[in-house]
Design a protein around this ligand. Structure first.
Ligand code: FAD
Length: 148
């Protein structure tokens, strides 16, 4: 098995609204669970950043579908590399939508803070990993609140 990690960015197409995104997310989660593809779809300011991890063949097949999807445009392949292990093993298709404050928190360690569209592979991966950590921290805070 040759595990690959693919990261790209793109911009949401005009006219695509929240229900469209939710449908897309449902379908993607079901498909990715079925195909053992892990990853994360990050969305902010009309921009997507997605990471996909699995064997070469399923990742390539999915990427071919995503490329021709009219719900987004201006795709930019940031990283396509072979890797030893998954960075997002527990996420069939995590979806993270962030506001400006959260983004500032996430950008710690990423210098200088630049637009998603300009991220290189190293910083794109760092941003996605920070996003997961932020979600976990928020969940912990929620849990603590519930217990109190
Ligand atoms: P189908 O059965 O062919 O389609 C299912 C339904 O999805 C259709 O009825 C239609 O309503 C809708 N749909 C499908 N394609 C389009 C389209 N091009 N434009 C508008 N509506 C459409 N798919 C994944 O499986 N995993 C992912 O991680 C993933 N990430 C995505 C990230 C982004 C930013 C975008 C824009 C799309 C992503 N997709 C993802 C969707 C992908 O492009 C294909 O639409 C999807 O994989 C088709 O799955 P299917 O063959 O099972 O669906």
């Amino acid at each position: 098995m040759a595990l690959v990690r693919l990261i790209y960015s793109s911009r949401k197409a005009d006219g695509v609204d929240v229900p469209d995104l939710l449908r897309l997310l449902d379908k993607s989660t079901a498909n990715n669970e079925r195909d053992d593809i892990t990853g994360l779809l990050y969305f902010t300011n009309n921009t997507f950043l997605q990471v996909l991890e699995e064997d070469v063949l399923p990742v390539n097949q999915l990427y071919r579908k995503i490329i021709i999807d009219m719900r987004h445009k201006e795709m930019n392949l940031i990283d396509y590399s072979f890797c030893i292990e998954r960075e997002f093993p527990d996420w069939a298709m995590g979806f993270i939508e962030l506001d400006a404050t959260s983004i500032k928190k996430l950008c710690i360690g990423i210098q200088p803070i630049i637009s998603i569209r300009e991220l290189d592979s190293e910083n794109a991966l760092l941003l996605l990993k920070n996003s997961v950590q932020l979600c976990i921290d928020d969940l912990l805070i929620l849990n603590e609140t519930k217990i109190v």
